[in-house]
Write a protein that binds this ligand. Structure first.
Ligand code: BGC
Length: 422
């Protein structure tokens, strides 16, 4: 940030502080003059858990960077199981009509987000596991994209059988592919839209179900082909547009409780900044009455330093309750007292400013909670491709009281912590 911009920020921060007024301990609370070393400031990783992108092994150095470091995400395995079960339930209930060309094979295609992303891997496994199409690879279900598998000969998946009402169907993963564009961006909705075009041009009549690792790609395939052809499409994230599409034949989605995650992302920073117990306003009510329900809304793993929001299936049965994905969760919607929790500055990045879920659901939620928690957040949007595009904008960490980080690649935590440790 240039000097002029810095000055503007300082003036704005001072103004904001003087307007907050009551009870705050004055100018020294504004982030820019904080005396805490950057390496000791609260840090929250979110959405992309520091981990080895090939093995999934957690990066415990990053998760234990300092005593106020946490990760906030959601329970990827529980959500993946739910997604698989949702698709299976739908197939069972609609078995009589779902096989469009009547060949006895219920064929699905699968859009994979990012082969190195834990959430994406879990969802691919969850769907293959529930449908019986998964094969074992080193003790877990293989999550490798199958490419095209119209003849059922692929090695990374297998044909499954399903008995419904005395009839036996074959279930086949006809095709799956990582939706990465030529510039390297993953979870790419446009790529998914193109892929469904290619697939349907050669074996469209065999596709009975469309499944996607997320709603961004799912909606792209739905709008490009599945909607007109009345083929149920299943995604993940419960973005508002996908939930609305359930009325038009979108099969269903999973809410990863982004309202809980966005709250937790900022709440762990708030608690650390206030020097209160980390469970405040999370499992224990705060003074304003904010409190979540452990086991229902989230679970916490002390060992992994991680909060995981719990997922809910959203289908034709309940979608009316999920139409606005950016609404704050009522249990944690109370304004904090600025006397006890004075204004603080947070640096927060979104790895890809055009990521569907993060930009249309997560960031608007963060922007609702930042006010409730008296946090002044600078939102930095990355290009989704290179870490340096984001880290270049963390040039002056001394201006901030806390950091919330969404990495491009889960292996790259040290690109950020090295800047804080300088
Ligand atoms: C979401 C995806 C999103 C990804 C970004 C996942 O949890 O489901 O939609 O693209 O996070 O990291």
């Amino acid at each position: 940030m240039g000097r002029k911009k810095l000055l503007t920020v300082l003036v704005a921060a001072t103004l904001a502080l003087s307007m907050v007024g009551c009870g705050s301990s004055g100018g020294s609370d504004s982030g820019s003059t904080s005396s805490v070393a950057n390496k000791d400031k609260p840090l929250c990783w979110f959405n992309r858990q520091p981990s080895n992108s090939s093995t999934g092994e957690l990066d415990m150095d990053a998760l234990n960077y300092n005593k106020d470091t946490y990760y906030v995400g959601f329970d990827a395995n529980q959500g993946a199981e739910l997604q698989g079960q949702m698709v299976l339930d739908y197939i069972k209930e609609n078995a009589a009509t779902i096989d469009r060309n009547g060949d006895g094979v219920i064929g699905y295609v699968l859009a994979i987000g990012d082969i190195g992303h834990n959430d994406s891997i879990a969802r691919t496994r969850g769907v293959r596991s529930a449908l019986g199409t998964g094969v074992d690879a080193n003790g877990a279900i293989d999550s490798t994209p199958a490419g095209t598998n119209v003849d059922g000969s692929a090695k990374v998946v297998q044909d499954a059988t399903l008995d419904v009402d005395g009839k036996t169907y074959t279930i086949r993963e006809l095709a799956s592919q990582e939706m990465k564009n030529s510039a390297g961006a993953t979870w790419d909705a446009a790529t998914a839209g193109n892929a469904i075009g290619t697939w349907t041009a050669s074996f469209g009549d065999q596709i009975d179900v469309v499944v996607s690792n997320n709603d961004g790609m799912g909606m792209s395939m739905f709008n490009a082909w599945a909607k007109d052809n009345k083929v149920p499409t299943f995604g993940y994230d419960a973005n508002s547009d996908a939930v609305a599409a359930i009325a038009e034949g979108y099969g269903g989605t999973i809410s990863q409780h982004a309202d809980v995650q966005a709250y937790l992302t900022l709440r762990v920073l708030r608690n650390a900044l206030d020097g209160v117990d980390i469970d405040t306003g999370i499992g224990t009510p705060d003074d304003a009455g904010n409190c979540l329900t452990e086991g229902e809304d989230y679970r916490y793993s002390e060992e992994e330093r991680s909060y995981y929001a719990l997922n809910i299936a959203v289908t034709a049965d309940n979608y009316q309750d999920f139409t606005d994905s950016t609404k704050v969760y009522s249990k944690v919607s109370n304004q904090l007292d600025a006397g006890k929790s004075p204004s603080k500055k947070v640096w927060l990045d979104i790895y890809n400013a055009s990521d569907n879920f993060l930009s249309s659901t997560y960031q608007p939620l963060l922007q609702n909670y930042d006010k409730l928690l008296n946090l002044e957040v600078d939102y930095i949007g990355g290009d989704g491709q290179t870490e340096s595009n984001i880290t270049n904008r963390l040039g002056n960490p001394g201006e901030y009281d806390a950091f919330a980080i969404n990495m491009v690649k889960t292996d790259n935590a040290s690109s950020y912590t090295s800047l804080l440790s300088k």
